[in-house]
Ligand binder design. Sequence first.
Ligand code: ATP
Ligand code: MG
Length: 303
Amino acid sequence: MMLSREVLDELRVKPGGPAKLTKRSTSHTKADWLGTRGDEHEAKRLAAEDLAGFVAELSRAQELLWANSKHSLLIVLQALDAAGKDGTIKHVMSGVNPQGCRVVAFKQPSSTELAHDFLWRANLALPAMGEIAIFNRSYYEDVLVVRVHPELLAKEHDRPEDGQREDFWSHRYQDINRFERHLTRSNTHVVKVFLHLSKDEQKRRFLDRLEDPTKNWKFSSADLVERGFWDDYQDAYEEALSATSTPWAPWYVVPADHKYELRALVGGIIVDAIERTGPHEPHVAPESAASLEQAKRALLAET
Ligand code: ATP
Ligand code: MG
């Protein structure tokens, strides 16, 4: 089961072109694509059906990825607060074997991390062959939160005023593109997803976290401060996605206002990405076939 080419093409930021975030829907559903707009029940049913299919597909493909151990998959998830990164990871990856999968959260860098270049900590967290790694936030924070708050550069760079220079950021985009080129040439496939949330929906989710005692723990007042920089973040995302969606590591922009839709679409994007790694039953070389036969005979001969 796969997402249609049309949907994948529509969600993908065309390499070399602008991301056009303001023109992209944050609330589109499959029902809209199929023209059955307005019926939420139907939209949820379609999404749940798709998600179940993608989860099963992912489970199968991951086993083959692991069995062959010749390729790996890096999934980068970026979003503003409350867009649904955690829930997406939980639902989409529910069928994969934890042994071959890891999730790495990129928080404020530690002093050791700050003492290295901005890609260093990402290197330490890369998936080994056969593995899937999900970056919950990523090295992209260094062209997003750091771009919105260039004063953060004082911590990671000896010349914080560099953040005022356009070419400082374009060099970071170039470095990221080169880094991802290197990864894909080394059989680490890279797929990047931006969860595109509307400002209204973020407000609703924050209010929900404040009003529902079982969700209070999810709210942080820092999130409200960052909400104040909403437009700056949209600009930073627009620039970063436009500059770093490449043929080898494309960005997908997924409408995030409906969680059920978001999860189904991310599931479909990941299935497409893992299919590109060419999963297949592991080949048994003739010499290993002989030794398997020998092992079988030895076991059967045991008394
Ligand atoms: P959740 O809130 O669901 O637990 P989260 O990803 O928002 O998930 P937090 O601990 O709330 O996690 O926030 C992590 C913060 O660290 C984010 O605000 C992010 O922008 C910030 N951050 C990540 N990387 C960097 C970086 N390189 N420099 C500065 N801040 C960073
Ligand atoms: Mg947070």
